[in-house]
Design a binder for this molecule. Structure first.
Ligand code: AMP
Length: 395
């Protein structure tokens, strides 16, 4: 896979797949511009080389040409982030768009209308991809968040650029950070898996179990393991059809000499609410009608030792119901341990879904090595799948 830093885009029209699928307020203002900020380095590299950046993205899930989901709403935000004017093309493809691009000057930025106004985008349609390919001399994919989709703009279009296709800065960083954990991880390598369900993490566990040295299992998914081992978990969240699976994971960990840390105590509540009554219980002796909501103090002491003695850390999933303040302390503590370990030289990657939200909410983003921007794409990478968007750049 070639990187944008291995070429010069001078005088080229560069078709760039970005992920500008940003949240909009009711009056169509961008409420979180982090995805636009994340694409800045790639766009700047192209325009600083003297190329034209032709940006394409999807926004939401429009049914046809839904004006509510027009990318015109985000033009101002893109201009603010880049500090440069942006020309908006009302059509995604076609004559008028080609004309705008043809007339553009080196260093200009053009933003195309929502790719998903065309149903062919998600279908991965060959003709639509071919039409997109007419809009650039080179193709850059910087949309890691959609790299797990075989859509026209994320995957199929790449085949029309035999040589001139490149990975953008963000996509490279995401791929590198996974590699730093899964392939080149400095031992001891630790995975902290939390969140609600074992079932959503099983493929990840299977893929990483022979690549890690330690595994912390926290959050709601821990109860399936505790029950499988004969513990009483009261009304805690549990996947009863995954008890055997939990035991087989523990067995597999043993075979691979992976040290598994399950919580030993838990903050329980008599109701799934922030104002519920609480008590600390041994994890395997939770009374009926009480449910485990957050890691207990003894568990956190164990997690602390394990985290602070690891050189590579992957964190996916909160260790408690962090959305409720009363049950957020375990996740905050884990964030602190990971931050401390990082400041002592460990590489830490936070990826996939709610752990990313937690890290942002509690301001750990700058204290860990890398926070992934690609939820589903990150999870699929951790599951060991080759992402179609990345494969297309490699072929
Ligand atoms: P996931 O998307 O699988 O990472 O799950 C994240 C969700 O797991 C968050 O919404 C948490 O509130 C939830 N979660 C974490 N710990 C628990 C728990 N002990 N009981 C119920 N839900 C939990």
């Amino acid at each position: 896979m070639k990187s944008i830093y291995q070429t010069n885009f001078k005088n080229q029209k560069v078709l760039v797949r970005v992920d500008f699928n940003v949240p909009l307020s009711f009056d169509k203002k961008v409420t979180d511009n982090s995805r636009i900020v994340a694409a800045k380095k790639t766009i700047n590299k192209i325009i600083n080389d003297g190329g034209t950046a032709v940006l394409m993205s999807h926004l939401g899930r429009p049914k046809g040409n839904d004006p509510e989901l027009s990318l015109s709403h985000i033009v101002k935000s893109v201009e603010d982030v880049l500090g440069k004017p942006v020309v908006f093309s009302k059509q995604t493809i076609g004559e008028a768009t080609q004309q705008i691009i043809k007339n553009s000057k080196p260093g200009q930025i053009i933003l195309l209308e929502n790719l998903r106004y065309h149903k062919e985008e998600e279908e991965g349609d060959n003709d639509f991809a071919k039409k997109l390919s007419k809009l650039g001399d080179s193709y850059v994919n910087d949309a890691f968040g959609t790299a797990h989709r075989a859509h026209a703009s994320t995957c199929v279009v790449a085949k029309f650029f035999t040589k001139n296709k490149f990975a953008g800065d963000l996509l490279l960083k995401e791929v590198d950070s996974i590699k730093k954990v899964i392939e080149d991880g400095q031992k001891p390598v630790l995975a902290i898996l939390g969140g609600a369900k074992v079932s959503s993490k099983i493929t990840i566990i299977n893929n990483i179990i022979d690549k890690i040295d330690k595994l912390i299992i926290g959050g709601g998914m821990a109860f399936t393991f505790i029950k499988a081992q004969g513990g009483k978990i009261g009304g805690s969240i549990c996947e009863n059809d995954k008890l055997d699976l939990a035991l087989s994971i523990l067995e597999k960990a043993k075979q691979n000499k992976v040290e598994v840390c399950l919580p030993v105590d838990v903050l329980c509540a008599n109701d799934f609410s922030n104002d519920a009554e609480t008590q600390i219980c041994p994890i395997n002796q939770i009374p009926e009608n009480w449910e485990g909501m957050d890691a207990g103090p003894e568990s956190l002491e164990i997690f602390k030792k394990v985290i602070e003695s690891s050189n590579t850390i992957l964190w996916n999933g909160p260790v408690g119901v962090f959305e409720m303040e009363t049950f957020s302390k375990g996740t905050v503590a884990v964030g602190n341990f990971v931050s401390k370990s990082t400041s002592s030289g460990a590489f830490s990657l936070v990826g996939g879904g709610d752990s990313v939200a937690a890290v942002k909410q509690f301001n750990f983003s700058n204290k860990v090595s890398y926070v992934s921007t690609g939820g589903g794409a990150m999870l699929e990478s951790l599951e060991g799948k080759t992402l179609p968007g990345i494969k297309a750049l490699e072929q």
